[in-house]
Design a protein around this ligand. Structure first.
Ligand code: MEV
Length: 287
């Protein structure tokens, strides 16, 4: 029996822009994770879901890209589905890692996980898979791949779920349709990831928070926010967040808020739950 794991992810800056050649700044979110267990079985390799609403067709294709036969992979995950925290990338990478460990051989993890990502998202930028595979924050651009962002302490982040499921592919398609009209806005979203990475390296949390607030305004103008996201963003800001925005494709799913310190992050998470968030996490886990 062999196990594979992968965390969720949080995009701080650059979602949507990264689909159109821009930069994004993101980090793995270990408060939620996918865990896959591979055991020997007769016949074609397949994935079975132990809990959660996973589309096992793409995951099975990814598992078969690593090993075509002789394996069954049981999957469980605390990464919420359809919430912007990288559930499909985390489950794909956990499955691929479990099968590679079962084989006793390394494989092209991202290449194999991409098989499932394409199944789930059509033509993903690759950001989600690169982020859940990373050891820490990354700057990412399609074609360039992931660059680790150096720095000491990670920011004190809070993630809260509106409970409103969203369809990432629909949100990505809506932005693509508006690209001609909104090219400057989309470019600005991607450009913000560069000073965002510098702020993260310098632990300039005020600067990073301001960039997150500006990104939220741009994402709202692009049409990928939602009144439930706007409300949680406003609650977080009023309760002391240095910046807050939607994270992921938007139109539902989660917000991410930056707190000045870990204690404020925990307090913010409780405030967001009181304000109607269905779930909230700090970097350490659920609140
Ligand atoms: C989804 O987590 C992030 C998007 O930028 C889509 C992508 O990068 O493929 C909206």
């Amino acid at each position: 029996m062999s196990e594979g794991q992968a965390p969720g992810k949080v995009i701080l800056l650059g979602e949507h822009a990264v689909v159109h050649g821009g930069w994004a700044l993101a980090l793995p979110w270990p408060a939620v994770e996918a865990v896959a267990t591979a055991t020997a079985a007769v016949g074609a390799t397949q994935v079975v879901s132990e809990a959660g609403d996973y589309d096992v067709r793409g995951l099975t294709a990814a598992a078969r890209a690593v090993r075509a036969e002789g394996c069954v992979v049981a999957l469980r995950s605390s990464v919420p589905v359809g919430a912007g925290l990288g559930s499909s990338a985390a489950t794909a990478l956990a499955v691929v890692r479990a099968v590679a460990a079962f084989n006793g051989q390394a494989c092209d993890e991202l290449g194999c996980a991409d098989v499932a990502e394409r199944f789930a998202h059509g033509t993903p930028s690759g950001l989600d898979a690169a982020t859940v595979a990373a050891a820490g924050p990354i700057l990412f651009r399609r074609g360039d791949g992931a660059r680790p962002v150096a720095g000491g302490a990670l920011p004190a982040l809070v993630v809260a779920d509106t409970g409103r499921p969203r369809n990432a592919a629909e949100a990505v398609a809506a932005v693509a349709e508006r690209l001609d009209r909104h090219r400057t806005l989309v470019d600005a979203l991607g450009q913000a990831a560069l000073p965002g990475a510098a702020a993260l390296e310098a632990q300039d949390w005020d600067g990073l928070g301001q960039l997150m607030d500006e990104a939220q305004d741009r994402l709202a103008t692009l049409g990928v926010s939602h009144p439930d996201l706007d409300r949680l963003v406003a609650v977080a800001r009023a309760a002391g967040a240095l910046g807050a925005k939607l994270t992921g494709a938007g139109r539902g799913g989660c917000v991410v808020a930056l707190a000045p310190d870990a204690a404020t992050a925990r307090a913010l998470a409780s405030t967001l739950l009181d304000a109607g968030a269905t779930r909230a996490w700090t970097m350490d886990g659920p609140v």
